[in-house]
Design a protein around this ligand. Structure first.
Ligand code: DHB
Ligand code: MG
Length: 221
C-alpha cells in the first residue's frame, strides 16, 4: 500500500472495528458534537481506548483532563476509574461544557465527572490542595502546553502519568520557521518534557483517521 492519508484512515478504521467495536454511548457523544458543529478534533477511537487502558493499567482513580470538548475522551477515561473515581475535566466554553455534560450523563458515568468551566490557566490553580491526580490528559489550546505541563507536575505526584495530545502536527514540529502558534506551543511543550527534571517522557507519532499526529507520554518523577 502507498502510505497515503486514505490508506492510514482505512487501516485505522480496521483497527477500531476490530479492537474497539461499536459503542452506542460514545457514538451518541460524537453525534451530539457533530450536530453542534464542534470541530472533529476529539481523539480517534483507538486513541480513546488507549487512554482508557493507560488509566486502567496505572490504576488511576483521580484523572485530570484539560480540554473536554464533547466529552468523548472524558467518557473513555471515566469508564476506566471505577466507582469512587473522579475525572475533573476543564472546558473553556460554557456552551461546549453543556454538550459534554449531557453526553457524559447519558453515557452513565456522569457521577464520576466534574466539569469545571473556565480557561485552564484560571481553573488549574483552584485545584491546588486536593489529593494528587494519578493521570493527566492535556488536550486543549496548544499555546498553553507549558502552563498545563507545569500544573500537571504540581497537581500530580511521583508516578503520575501525563499524556500530551497532538505532538506530531503533520511533522511541522521540525519546522523552525513556522509562525503557527499551535506548532510553537507543541514544540515548547515537548522541549519542556525533555528538559524539565520533573518529567521522564517519550512520544509516539500516529497516523490514522486524525491524520499525522501523535502523543507524548510522561511520568512525573
Ligand atoms: C487540534 C486540537 C486537538 O486537540 C486535536 O486533537 C487536533 C487538532 C487543533 O487545535 O488544531
Ligand atoms: Mg487533541
Amino acid at each position: 500500500m502507498e502510505p497515503t492519508p486514505a490508506a492510514w484512515s482505512a487501516a485505522d478504521e480496521f483497527l477500531a472495528a476490530t479492537l474497539v467495536g461499536s459503542d452506542p454511548a460514545l457514538e451518541a457523544a460524537l453525534s451530539a458534537q457533530r450536530k453542534a458543529d464542534l470541530p472533529e478534533i476529539e481523539v480517534a477511537p483507538v486513541g480513546g481506548k488507549f487512554l482508557h487502558l493507560l488509566a486502567r493499567i496505572s490504576g488511576a482513580r483521580r484523572v485530570l483532563e484539560i480540554g473536554t470538548l464533547g466529552g468523548y475522551s472524558t467518557i473513555w477515561l471515566a469508564r476506566a476509574i471505577g466507582d469512587g473515581g473522579i475525572v475533573t475535566t476543564i472546558e473553556a466554553e460554557p456552551d461546549i461544557a453543556a454538550i459534554a455534560r449531557a453526553s457524559i450523563d447519558a453515557s452513565g458515568v456522569g457521577g464520576r465527572v466534574d466539569i469545571r468551566v473556565g480557561r485552564g490557566a484560571d481553573v488549574l490553580p483552584t485545584l491546588e490542595g486536593s489529593e494528587p491526580y494519578d493521570l493527566v490528559f492535556i488536550d486543549a489550546d496548544k499555546e498553553s502546553n507549558t502552563i498545563y505541563l507545569d500544573w500537571a507536575a504540581r497537581l500530580g505526584r511521583p508516578g503520575t502519568v501525563v499524556v500530551l495530545d497532538n505532538i506530531g502536527r503533520d511533522g511541522e514540529i521540525v519546522n523552525e520557521a513556522t509562525t503557527d502558534s499551535k506548532v510553537i506551543g507543541t514544540r515548547e511543550g515537548l522541549r519542556m518534557l525533555g528538559h524539565d527534571p520533573r518529567f521522564d517522557a517519550t512520544a509516539l507519532q500516529t497516523v490514522g483517521v486524525k491524520g499525522w499526529d501523535g502523543i507524548a507520554l510522561a511520568v512525573v518523577v
